[in-house]
Design a protein around this ligand. Structure first.
Ligand code: GLU
Length: 512
């Protein structure tokens, strides 16, 4: 096989949706697996849809996700430029070539004339009549006008576009790696615009010229482009490039969790789940991102890889390197993939658990500092070691671990205090405090052994002691091992908290 060269070709019309990122990911994985080249091409010929900041967002999102580009607008290879607006001069020649060999034509219709045609010809069966072999004869174009009329229009400088001339009655066939042999009847196609009045190419024209000259071997893109593919096949054919035409691979849609409809940014906003890799603000809305939602990029990538692909085994955790090894285009599913944020959170938790304490401490530090605390690295690492199985996203770290950084100010289970705290045990509990305090070796294990011995000696029950130590120390009855927690907090802090807690419990009991 000739060298694998694949491109991710977003249009900078807004932030990169998670579906776009999945397209980028599959291109990247395939390129890396095959020792090929992963290219970013910015398709910005539709200036009316251009959004400021979108290009920067795309680059940043790819970087954060770890999808390293081999050629791009920032890293020019031998096939540049990599932004279509910078390649504008290249396209006209091929559109004109198609006109001269009879596969395209000039069209002079005004927007009003086009609207009138659609209005006049629309029927119940065909509410949206096409500009095609049926209608083009009655429109104003170089096929219908006489030579003199045509010349006059061009001499007058009447604006025109170039349209592809699709011949009726043809079966256009191509093979798709996901879908197998696909056939479209040319009768279903319209005469797509190739060049606009300002000599800017349309997506179809620019895409084919660029894929050809950038020597793209495989076009891996979303399913929404499948209906455009027969037009692309015709363009390759009419330009004489069919023998080097890339192989097509159309990826399944990403659906809402219930499988009903496409995952949209509106859905994300409504449900408060991220459907973008990074946060995006526009005039009206703020869309949350996986990054700001506390996801690790590797976890998001692992999750995305499974939206439309599976390795055919039970294995679910794949580092980016494992994914490259395991990935095969042939294992991409045909049917739509359901987006399930709970699964993404599960992946994230798996990755958090695998992250070293030192690394995790770096990741959670901003959240702790945002709350006004500056713990030492050593302390933060210990907290991470203890808590890493207890949060799914980084943003939940603070809420679950706050008692390691600030005093306990309330108790999440006063009911148990009112019911089970025994002021008559207070003296004994006071002794517990001194026992713990006197421990020379303040490890979880040692604390546990002493507390248990103490409970036995004083003839108390676990239920009379343990929940109250936990509440006094952390304010909550949930959480990590109470003995480990105490060890991390240190003996002075523990002594202080026990004293304060026992006093509070008496008061709560009194007021009950
Ligand atoms: N510019 C198109 C997009 O925004 C690219 C489609 C393709 O890959 O051909 O998705």
């Amino acid at each position: 096989m000739s060298k694998v060269r694949v491109r991710f070709a977003p249009s900078p019309t807004g932030p990169l949706h998670i579906g776009g990122l999945r397209t980028a990911l599959y291109n990247y994985l395939f390129a890396k697996k095959m020792g090929g080249t992963f290219i970013l091409r910015i398709e910005d010929t539709d200036r009316s849809r251009y959004v400021e900041g979108a290009e920067k967002y795309i680059l940043e999102a790819l970087k954060w996700s770890g999808l390293e580009l081999d050629e791009s607008i920032e890293k020019e290879g031998d096939f540049g430029p990599y932004r279509q607006s910078d390649r504008k001069a290249m396209y006209e020649k091929y559109a004109e070539e198609l006109v001269s060999n009879g596969h395209a034509y000039y069209a002079f219709d005004t927007p009003e004339e086009l609207a009138k045609m659609r209005e006049d010809l629309k029927t119940k069966e065909d509410p949206n009549p096409k500009y095609n072999y049926v209608t083009r004869g009655n429109m104003k174009n170089s096929l219908s006008l006489s030579e003199d009329e045509l010349k006059a229009m061009i001499d007058n400088g009447t604006p025109y576009i170039i349209r592809l001339k699709v011949e009726p009655g043809e079966q256009i066939q191509f093979s798709d790696i996901v879908r197998g042999e696909v056939t479209f009847s040319s009768n279903e196609l319209d005469d797509k615009v190739l060049m606009k009045t300002d000599k800017m190419p349309t997506y179809h024209m620019a895409n084919i010229v660029d894929d050809h000259f950038m020597e793209i071997s495989h076009v891996i893109r979303g399913e929404e482009w499948l209906p455009s593919t027969p037009t692309h096949v015709l363009l390759y054919r009419y330009l004489g490039w069919e023998d080097t035409m890339p192989q097509f691979c159309h990826l399944p849609l990403i659906l809402k969790p219930d499988g009903k409809g496409k995952l949209s940014k509106r859905y994300g906003a409504k449900m408060g789940v991220p459907v973008f890799p990074l946060e995006w603000k526009d005039k009206e809305d703020l869309f949350i991102g996986f990054r700001e939602g506390g996801f690790l990029p590797e976890a998001m990538i692992n999750f995305l890889a499974f939206l439309g692909w599976n390795p055919g085994t039970e294995q679910e955790i794949f580092t980016p390197g494992d994914l490259i090894q395991a990935f095969e285009l042939e294992r991409i599913n045909k049917s739509g993939a359901r987006f399930d944020i709970e699964k993404a959170r599960w992946f994230n938790q798996q990755y958090i658990m695998q992250t070293s304490d030192a690394e995790l401490a770096k990741l959670v530090r901003p959240y702790v500092e945002a709350e006004g605390h500056q713990p030492t690295d050593d302390y933060l690492q210990k907290v991470c070691g203890l808590m890493k199985e207890r949060f799914e996203v980084l943003t939940d770290f603070w809420e679950n671990s706050r008692y390691f950084f600030e005093e306990v100010s309330s108790y999440d289970n006063e009911k148990i205090i009112r019911k089970r705290w025994k002021p008559e045990n207070r003296k004994k509990m006071q002794d517990l405090k001194s026992t713990i305090n006197r421990l020379s070796n303040f490890t979880g294990e040692n604390i546990e052994a002493h507390v248990k011995k103490f409970i036995e000696e004083k003839e108390l029950s676990f239920g009379e002691v343990l929940p109250f130590i936990r509440l006094a120390v952390s304010g909550t009855t949930k959480g990590a091992s109470v003995f480990e927690m105490m060890s991390v907090l240190g003996e002075d802090e523990v002594a202080k908290r026990l004293a304060r807690g026992f006093e509070d419990f008496d008061k709560i009991k009194e007021n009950a």
